[in-house]
Ligand binder design. Structure first.
Ligand code: SF4
Length: 186
């Protein structure tokens, strides 16, 4: 069975009704005046800090502050897309819940205590020194080793090249730490 459709020739009245509908848009002047949040922002190319896929991101900066982070459509890796974690990179840099001071939990304690940064730095340095004195091996069976295997370093993918360079230089070259690991593979 076939259906035959017929179209009426528009009359002058129906044309007027259509024109009026087009002119009277269902937007308030306030909505019409709105612009995209990223309008006027500086676009900075970056890479998602979370994993080794290395998706490209566009970071929008306005007034010295990051206002948005999106996938970069020009990237051959992610073509503008980001996974749910990468799509929330904005929270990494702009988050009111981020802890900005040192929190310390003493051995066997059930609570965290706030401590000054200088105190934490001294404690880390002291414990590292003690561990190195305990675990450093200069030679074994006549072979020069100059290493320690009782300390390891585990880095996160949010660390950038410069931080990883310093970690490698200080821990491996300076202290002789052998196990140095990082999630990022780029
Ligand atoms: S967007 Fe997702 S898949 Fe891409 S680098 Fe970030 S975490 Fe990895």
């Amino acid at each position: 069975m076939s259906t035959v459709m017929s179209f009426k020739k528009p009359t002058r009245k129906s044309t007027r009704v259509r024109e009026r509908a087009t002119q009277n848009q269902p937007f308030s002047q306030n909505s019409v005046n709105k612009t995209a949040r990223i309008k006027g922002a500086t676009e900075v190319h970056s890479i998602c800090p979370y994993c080794a896929v290395g998706c490209s991101q566009l970071v929008y900066v306005k007034g010295g502050k990051i206002i948005d982070i999106e996938g970069n459509p020009g990237s051959p890796i992610n073509a503008g897309k980001l996974c749910p974690k990468g799509a929330n990179t904005f929270q990494l840099s702009t988050n009111p819940h981020r802890v900005k001071h040192v929190m310390y939990r003493a051995p066997f304690s059930d609570k965290w205590e706030r401590r000054p940064l200088a105190w934490a730095m001294d404690r880390i340095a002291q414990l590292t020194k003690e561990a190195r004195e305990e675990g450093f091996v200069e030679t074994r069976d006549g072979t020069l080793l100059n290493h320690m295997t009782n300390v390891m370093s585990l880095g996160g993918a949010t660390m950038d090249n410069e931080e990883n360079y310093l970690i490698k230089k200080l821990l491996n070259g300076g202290l002789g730490v052998v196990p140095i690991e990082n999630q990022a593979r780029i």
